[in-house]
Structures are given as C-alpha cells and as structure tokens.
Ligand binder design. Structure first.
Ligand SMILES: O=C(O)c1ccccc1N[C@@H]1O[C@H](COP(=O)(O)O)[C@@H](O)[C@H]1O
Length: 215
C-alpha cells in the first residue's frame, strides 16, 4: 500500500530565535513569519532572517503578507531568506503569478471563495498551493470543516483556529496537505506557549494518515 505524503505542519507567528528553535525541535516542517503591518505578531526582516538561519536546512521559512506591494514582498522575502511566501487578501492573478516566479506561494482563500466556486475548481497556477483560512486571519476561529468537505481542493493547506485540541479532527475531515496555526499556540501575541506548540505538532502528525488514525 502506498501511503499519501504526511501532513506538513506550519507554526506561524514566529518572532524570535527562541520560538523558532522551539517549533523546529517540536517537529514543525515550516515556520511562519508575519510581515503584514496589521498584525500584532509582526516581525522584522532581520529577526526573521536570524531565526530562520537557526533552525537548520530542513525547516521551511514562510513569510506572511497582507496588503503589501509586489516590490515590498519580494524585497522582504529576499532579505529574510524566505523559502516560501503566503499571500492573504484580494490580489490580481498576475501579482500571485509574479511572486510564484521567485517563491513557492501559499495562496490564501476564504470559505466563501470555495463555496462560491472561486479558487477551488480550476487548478492553481504552477508553484501556487491553495490554503484555506478564516475571513479574519490570525483570529483563532475554526472553520466549519464538514461544510467544506466537498469543495476543499486536493493538495490544499488548512488554517483557521487550529490548535492541539482540534487539529486531528480537521485532518481527518479535510485531509489537508498541510496545517497552520498561530493564535492557539500562544501565551500572548507573538509569544509561543511551548507545551501547546509541541502538542499541536504531535497531534497533527499522529492524525495522519486519516484512514489509519482513530484518535
Ligand atoms: O496572525 C496574524 O496576525 C495575521 C495577520 C495577517 C495575515 C495573516 C495572519 N495570520 C495567519 O492566520 C492564519 C491562522 O491563524 P489562527 O491560527 O486562526 O490564529 C495563519 O495562516 C497565519 O499565518
């Protein structure tokens, strides 16, 4: 029997070397660095670069952007030595394709986009992976996974209110290629709660593959 690729786990909102190392040692596949000006977890380019350089070669470093110009995104991505870019908000297709010429892109969609038939039906452009998130990013509010089962795109990632308590159920319901969380892993804005980070990574990985997981 060929097993599907294991679910990838991204721990977002990293604002320090200490929290980057914590997530990497917990087994995270990717760290998220939020550069969106609106965020309470915003990190600077030099801190993100230093944090990313401290977690070894196998952990992806994803920059999170919202409402920022193309030049700014590419400049910050290069400065922080990112390995991928996560794009939130309404954006022209051309913008997304242009970023994808330089970095793998996680393109964030909202449930309404999928339920209205936008974004999920046609295959994404090369280098672009859909990620489903709540309408208010970083709000810690879970989605109605059961309602999305028929429209969740194969290979897509899932975010929105995930934490140690509910990630296994989300994985079993939607079978995402990756999961991502921030609010429910924090002791305060931008500061990780170590036990919750470890428990989140463990619960996500133990829930895979969904066919064999009973928890
Ligand atoms: O967290 C933020 O402050 C944020 C701001 C702007 C864009 C994205 C943001 N976070 C992203 O939100 C999701 C999930 O968050 P949560 O687990 O529901 O709190 C995740 O992709 C973050 O990268």
């Amino acid at each position: 029997m060929t097993l599907p690729a294991p679910v990838r786990v991204k721990v977002c909102g990293t604002t320090s070397v200490k929290d980057a190392v914590l997530a990497a040692e917990a087994g995270a596949d990717a760290l998220g660095f939020i550069f969106a000006p609106v965020s309470r977890r915003r990190v600077s380019v030099p801190v993100a670069r230093e944090a990313g350089l401290n977690v070894g070669p196998a952990v992806a470093r994803v920059g999170v952007f919202l409402g920022q110009g193309l030049d700014e995104v590419l400049r910050m991505a290069e400065g922080a030595r990112l390995s991928a870019v996560q794009l939130h908000g309404p954006l022209p297709d051309l913008y997304v394709r242009e970023v994808a010429r330089y970095y793998p892109v996680l393109r964030v969609l909202r449930p309404a986009d999928l339920l209205a038939g936008a974004g999920g039906q046609t295959p994404p452009p090369p280098g672009v992976t859909p990620m489903l998130d709540a309408p208010e990013p970083g709000g810690g509010v879970p989605l109605d996974w059961a309602a999305l089962r028929d429209v969740f795109p194969p290979g897509a990632w899932l975010a929105g209110g995930l934490g140690p308590e509910n990630v296994a159920q989300a994985v079993r319901t939607l079978r995402p290629a990756g999961v991502d969380a921030v609010s429910r892993l924090e002791a305060g804005p931008g500061v990780k709660a170590p036990e919750r980070v470890r428990a989140f990574v463990r619960a996500a990985k133990e829930a895979w593959p969904p066919e064999l997981s009973t928890g």
